[in-house]
Ligand binder design. Structure first.
Ligand SMILES: Nc1ncnc2c1ncn2[C@@H]1O[C@H](COP(=O)(O)OP(=O)(O)OP(=O)(O)O)[C@@H](O)[C@H]1O
Ligand SMILES: CCCCCCCCCCCCC/C=C/[C@@H](O)[C@H](CO)NC(C)=O
Ligand SMILES: [Ca+2]
Length: 587
């Protein structure tokens, strides 16, 4: 294949002569100039070529072609440092080449297009696009038509576009309509819009496979269609955590070149029924309260989260609960191992083999493994009972602009596990420290009232007395006394975990009185009545149930993305840029 596609000749860019070479995987050109000793070769991976066109093509403000039978134009992905974010911005690079003859020009076009087909088999030809006109700052339509549609047109992608009139329209379309001929689905919006697409595609795939989504022990069928996200929401966490930047052009280019990033999905069940799927945040306590409060202030736009976050922090709430989890294999990875899941992540690649083994008896292996969810093997479940500020599960880092390293910086996008973060009740300044560490590179897990576990499944329920209580008056001050008595305990302990939890319990016992003064002060600020029960925030949706069972389904969907690129390894950057990026990425 390599030799068939190879082509080498002189080409001109303007009045300068270049030696151009197409190997199987790369298209390179180097200026031929005897005086120029530092010859710089520009090398573009064939997989990152957006298109090859006859003539001299201009793209902005609109595509125009100056016809000439000896010229051709190559459009490709060009990277630039993104300033604030830790991913790389992608832009459209364009170079116009002139050939000595038409025959050579046609040969270049033919070879480049063939190489493209060979090396990027997942490039989409037909896409379904759903635009939420009300997401984020309400700029979805504008973002799509001005920044994305021209790129899709350039790449020859045909897009079937729907601007939604109502919530769940995109989900219902995917559940019911004919999807034949589409390669992927693109959502223009935020995490809520992504979640609609996720539910539609997973539901449709299971329907067609005849699988029951309600049963957590069923191994679900991975979705055949890819999902693309054009960020136009408020948090855009899924986009940020899978691409590294919130930038519509970067995301459009990942879609065009057919990048493919598998993603773990957690199914959430209540009383033998599926409630929802989650990829980023399943959070009880603080994150649930922030979401519930923010829904009352939707008119504020993205600012509603800052306002509600402040209000809920000042409310100083904590909740009783029982958390149980099925630990993942600690030999494979750990949420405290200080690694990052970057593009080409080896932990995720190894997981692909583990999750989808080629052996004939793979299906039976998977289902027997998850019989643990139907409780016949309770011995591996670890159980914690206590009073918590928040309990969160995230299947990926859940990084977002507010928290560039995310809820769990070492979590993996596609390893078949989620990170369970348990924050015990603590004094307000301690909790503030925990929250603040999400905004910088300090370790938010290195606090005595925080624990994190890598898990395959997780259950949460209220202690029996709480179930009937519903809303009761427990202001923080009176709560302080209660909390002291309601000391948390580890009821069932795994073979390895007991010592650690007992240590945590001792530390926890100290807390409530420690900062009574600060607690009273903050309490006086705003809370007289606090609910005894919180709600679950499931990727930005409030769940109608408190008692839940969750299972992580490894690599259930695929996104048009490639994970965060390690810019420190990119040769386009200066040494200063590389070391700054390396500092952020590797903490
Ligand atoms: N036409 C519409 N009218 C009302 N709601 C819609 C419409 N289309 C989609 N939605 C719903 O709007 C919700 C929020 O949308 P979206 O996620 O795009 O923006 P956001 O909430 O601002 O961002 P984020 O989820 O990132 O915080 C989604 O749950 C989606 O179901
Ligand atoms: C003193 C500074 C306090 C800063 C607190 C920063 C904590 C940030 C953690 C953000 C995690 C966001 C995870 C993503 C969740 C999304 O699924 C969801 C839907 O968009 N977003 C929210 C806000 O619930
Ligand atoms: Ca994961």
């Amino acid at each position: 294949m390599e030799t068939d596609l190879r082509l080498e000749s002189s080409l001109w860019i303007g009045n300068k002569r270049y030696r151009a070479v197409l190997t199987g995987w790369h298209f390179n050109w180097t200026e031929v100039d005897k005086k120029n000793r530092n010859k710089k070769t520009i090398s573009v991976p064939v997989a990152e070529v957006v298109g090859v066109e006859e003539g001299r093509v201009e793209i902005l403000p609109h595509k125009s072609v100056e016809d000439s039978d000896k010229d051709f134009t190559v459009c490709y992905v060009k990277r630039s440092s993104s300033g604030g974010s830790y991913g790389l911005l992608w832009r459209l690079g364009r170079t116009q080449f002139s050939c000595p003859s038409r025959v050579l020009r046609d040969q270049w076009i033919k070879h480049l297009r063939t190489a493209l087909k060979t090396h990027s088999p997942l490039r989409p030809h037909r896409l379904l696009v759903f635009i939420n006109p009300f997401g984020g700052k309400r700029k979805g339509r504008q973002i799509y038509h001005s920044l994305v549609a021209p790129l899709f047109e350039l790449a020859g992608i045909s897009a079937h576009v729907t601007v939604t009139d109502r919530a769940n329209q995109a989900r219902d379309y995917l559940l019911k309509k004919d999807l034949t001929g589409f390669d992927g689905v693109v959502c223009v919006g935020g995490d809520g819009m992504f979640s609609e697409i996720l539910h539609g595609l997973i539901g449709r795939t299971q329907q067609e496979a005849g699988l029951c989504e309600n049963d957590p022990s069923v191994t679900l069928q991975p979705c055949p269609l890819h999902i693309g996200i054009i960020p136009a929401g408020s948090t855009d966490c899924v986009c940020y955590a899978t691409v590294g930047v919130i930038d519509p052009v970067t995301s459009a280019l990942h879609i065009i070149i057919g990048d493919s990033q598998p993603l773990d999905v957690c199914s959430v069940h209540h009383a033998s029924a599926l409630v929802r799927y989650s990829v980023s945040l399943l959070g009880y306590g603080f994150y649930g309260d922030v979401l519930a409060e923010s829904e009352k202030h939707r008119w504020m736009g993205p600012l509603r989260y800052d306002y509600s976050g402040t209000m809920m922090y000042l409310s100083n709430r904590s909740y009783a609960g029982i958390v149980q989890y099925l630990p993942a294999d600690p030999l494979l990875s750990s949420p405290r191992d200080k690694t990052r899941c970057l593009s080409g992540c080896s932990v995720c690649s190894r997981s692909t083999e583990r999750l989808f083994p080629h052996s004939a008896d793979s299906a039976s292996m998977c289902s027997s493994h998850f019989s643990q969810l139907s409780c016949d093997s309770e011995d591996e479940w670890v159980s914690i009972k206590g009073q918590f500020r928040c309990v969160s599960l995230t299947c990926m880092s859940s990084s977002c602009p507010k928290s560039p390293l995310g809820l769990s910086p070492s979590a993996h996008l596609a390893d078949g596990t989620g990170d369970l973060i348990v924050v015990w009740d603590t004094h307000p300044l301690g909790f503030l420290k925990f929250l603040y560490r999400h905004t910088n590179t300090q370790d938010q897990f290195d606090l005595p009232f925080v624990e994190v576990h890598r898990v395959k499944a997780f259950r949460f329920f209220l202690p029996s007395d709480k179930e009937e209580e519903g809303y009761e008056e427990i202001g923080s001050l009176s709560g302080t006394v209660d909390k002291e008595e309601r000391v948390c305990s580890v009821e069932t302990v795994s073979r390895t975990g007991s010592q650690q939890y007992l240590v945590d319990r001792e530390v926890q016992r100290e807390k409530p009185n420690e900062q009574k003064t600060a607690s009273s002060f903050l309490c006086g600020l705003c809370c007289s009545k606090a609910p005894a029960v919180s709600v679950w925030n499931c990727d930005g949706e409030i769940l109608p149930f408190t008692d839940i069972l969750c299972r992580v389904h490894g690599q259930l969907v695929r996104l048009y993305a490639r994970g965060i690129e390690d810019g420190a390894a990119m040769h386009d950057f200066s040494e200063t840029e590389k070391s700054e990026r390396s500092r952020i990425l590797h903490k």
